[in-house]
Design a protein around this ligand. Structure first.
Ligand code: CAA
Length: 380
């Protein structure tokens, strides 16, 4: 057992840290306020190879694996969580899923563009009536000769404004039980009948777009199916095993930013004649934040390592996401408390961290869904 990163992993993490500190951190508040990520950031991430971390070299990526992606996501999210979720969904929910489940033709068409960031990927599973109960989705695809005709409305689609392709799940067989009749399709943004609808006004991650999708007689050839017909739910769930490691990494990044801001403030801010970091009440908060963060990171790295080694990582991914998302919110809350009134204003970036952390306990499966996944694995 070795807790040291390999030279290659350490190099990738350092590259991401330098980029995040120099280019993202100075823009994070701007991204939050303007409601979008500066387009040059996408370009820089392409130049650094960040969009292609889970794409094989044959398609223009580096395929350095989930542990590498996790390290990169921690650094990006430490600086700007809006950019972080964009990279997480693109890398772990879209690129990895195409690599594992798509036909050669789909890989040839999309992976080279996804690897450079020329196209940003989106993942569309949820609907108004299917959130935690993902298999209850109602959007349909009906076969018409060699084509499928898609209708319905999807919700909560990360990067809806920027994405060029949408990995979308719809019901192809209404006669079988819920999870069995679902199929995954790749929908190019410019497909007739396909519209990106309203953008949600969110509490946090305001630099990242979250949209509704409208499918109005969208005609797709059968070649656009990812994985097997009517086996799309398995594709969706397998994708989420990887996606949850991405969100756990995001939570660790946000939590670490909270801890670092708290330590800095605890050394600078004086009350009762001394820095507040000299009071035990503050020291205990810092100690708990640090301990929970290290535990969260270890679970996250283990889940990523398991996925890289072809092991079933579902339980570990959910454990990592459960622990890390609760920890991120704990750290954000303590960080704001340590900052007092100052933390409750937008003079400090602490209030953004507090808002950004919240959704890690909600998307890609709320905390109780992670508990459900873990408990089901324990009880088989
Ligand atoms: N990998 C592959 N297959 C899996 C799987 C996995 N991890 N988990 C389940 N399956 C398979 C099962 O084996 C089963 O297969 P069979 O029908 O062949 O037996 C099938 O899928 C159905 O499984 P379940 O009976 O467990 O399904 P369920 O209806 O009880 O749902 C659930 C399980 C865990 C609750 C699931 O619905 C779930 O994860 N819900 C949360 C949804 C979610 O995370 N949404 C996130 C939206 S995306 C997002 O947020 C992204 C973003 O933009 C940031």
């Amino acid at each position: 057992m070795d807790f040291e990163l390999t030279e290659e992993l350490a190099m990738i993490r350092d590259m991401a840290r330098e980029f995040a500190q120099q280019e993202l951190l100075p823009r994070a508040t701007k991204h939050d306020r303007q409601g979008f990520i500066d387009p040059e950031v996408f370009q820089m991430m392409g130049d650094l190879g960040i969009w292609g971390l889970t794409v094989p070299e044959a398609y223009g990526g580096t395929e350095v694996g989930n542990l590498a992606l996790s390290l990169v996501l921690e650094e990006i999210n430490h600086a700007c969580a809006s950019t972080g979720v964009t990279a997480s969904v693109h890398g772990s929910l879209v690129c990895s899923t195409l690599v594992k489940h798509a036909s050669d033709a789909i890989k040839q068409e999309w992976l080279p563009k996804l690897a450079t960031g020329e196209v940003i990927g989106a993942y569309s599973l949820s609907e108004a009536a299917s959130g935690s109960d993902a298999a209850a989705l109602e959007a349909t695809a009906v076969q018409d000769g060699d084509e499928w005709v898609l209708n319905g409305t999807k919700l909560w689609v990360t990067s809806g404004e920027q994405a060029g392709m949408f990995l979308t799940y719809v019901r192809t067989d209404p006669t079988v039980s819920k999870a069995k009749g679902i199929t995954a399709f790749v929908i190019p943004r410019d497909t007739p009948g396909f519209t990106v609808g309203k953008s949600e006004k969110k509490t946090g991650l305001r630099g990242s777009s979250t949209n509704e999708l409208i499918l109005d007689n969208v005609r797709l050839s059968k070649d656009r199916i990812v994985g097997e017909l009517n086996r799309g739910f398995h594709v969706a769930m397998d994708a989420l095993d990887g996606g949850r490691i991405g969100i756990a990494s995001q939570a660790v990044g946000i939590g670490r930013a909270c801890l670092e801001a708290s330590v800095k403030y605890a050394k600078e801010r004086e009350q009762f004649g001394k820095p507040i970091g000299q009071f035990q009440a503050i020291q205990w908060k810092l100690a708990d934040m640090s301990t929970k963060l290290d535990a969260s990171r270890m679970l996250t790295h283990k889940a990523a390592w398991m996925r890289d080694n072809g092991q079933d990582c579902g339980q570990m991914a959910s454990q990592a996401k459960l622990m890390s998302s609760i920890t991120a919110n704990f750290c954000a809350d303590e960080c704001l408390q340590i900052h007092g009134g100052a933390g409750y204003t937008d003079d400090f970036h602490v209030e953004r961290l507090f808002r950004d952390a919240r959704v890690t306990e909600i998307y890609e499966g709320v905390t109780d869904i992670q508990r459900l996944v873990i408990a089901r694995k324990l009880l088989v």
